[in-house]
Design a protein around this ligand. Structure first.
Ligand SMILES: [Zn+2]
Ligand SMILES: [Zn+2]
Length: 287
């Protein structure tokens, strides 16, 4: 299994460069990418701290059928303070609509922040916690996910290559669903498809022309959609389960940070929404 769409480590420089380029090129994604650039700065700092951090052993025993990384073993109580600082820094670069949620998280005690992070990492719905905090679940999820991503990426890159040969629909390292698929040419395989994790960015192989959600493999039940504005990103929509996933063609020029292209191709998400399709996994910015 190859680690990371960006190979040996996430290239913050490549993400930033790509986000700046697309922000200038694509007016409808300017606000989205402006916010994302602010998030990137904070995530890069957290990634650097996390790479040097001393973590408990989070790995499952070899041969265990579960994902390799046991996110539930992260030291959430001690991460709560860093989370508070991270949220306050993000507040400076995010829209004012997030201010009430920041104030709520600021006032929350460490135990509550730890519980929120633990739930978010396990992908448990945050709606009940949001209700009791009088804020909205989507905002809480955004902050938790923005915080957990660079930690998970740092952990992913600190472990030697997992030997998993599984071709699951979820990440073999952390168990999260894929954010998008990649197409690339390799010496033996032209147009190999892989999936990239929405949390830790690990990349793993998955069969082509099979729905990631329901495993539909009848060719006529999988539809593809491309927009002229972003020819290197296409939609694979399954007519059996009405779920879609973006496929980013790494053979196109400039796609060195596909996570950014996934966010910037927002018109495809709007088109899918109009068609009544549900995204397999929303991205960090909620699209
Ligand atoms: Zn993962
Ligand atoms: Zn399906």
């Amino acid at each position: 299994m190859t680690i990371g769409a960006e190979r040996s480590h996430p290239s913050w420089h490549a993400r930033r460069t790509r986000a700046l380029a697309l922000k200038a090129e694509r007016p409808h994604a300017t606000d989205l990418l402006g916010g994302y650039l602010g998030v990137l700065d904070q995530q890069e700092r957290l990634y650097a701290i996390s790479r040097d951090g001393h973590w408990p052993d989070l790995r499952n025993a070899e041969g265990d059928a579960r994902p390799m990384l046991r996110l539930e073993r992260l030291p959430y109580e001690s991460l709560a303070r860093t989370f508070g600082e991270f949220v306050r820094e993000l507040r400076q670069v995010m829209p004012d609509t997030l201010a009430p949620a920041v104030a709520t998280l600021d006032a929350a005690h460490a135990g509550l922040s730890a519980d929120l992070l633990r739930d978010a990492a396990a992908r448990r719905p945050l709606s009940l916690r949001a209700e009791s905090l009088r804020t909205d679940a989507a905002t809480l999820e955004f902050f938790c996910r923005a915080f957990l991503q660079p930690i998970a990426e740092a952990l992913a890159h600190s472990y030697a290559e997992p030997t998993s040969k599984r071709t699951d629909a979820t990440c073999p390292l952390c168990g999260w669903p894929p954010q998008f698929a990649l197409l690339q040419d390799e010496p033996e395989v032209q147009g190999r498809r892989s999936l990239v994790c929405a949390l830790c960015s690990v990349e793993w192989t998955f069969a082509r022309s099979v729905c990631v959600n329901c495993r539909e493999d009848e060719a006529e039940r999988l539809d593809y959609h491309v927009a002229d504005s972003v020819p290197h990103v296409r939609i694979e929509a399954c007519t059996s389960c009405r779920t879609y996933l973006k496929i980013i063609d790494l053979r196109a020029e400039g796609t060195l940070a596909p996570v950014v292209d996934e966010i910037a191709s927002v018109e495809l998400d709007l088109w899918c929404d109009e068609q009544g399709l549900t995204k397999l996994q929303r991205n960090l910015l909620g699209m």
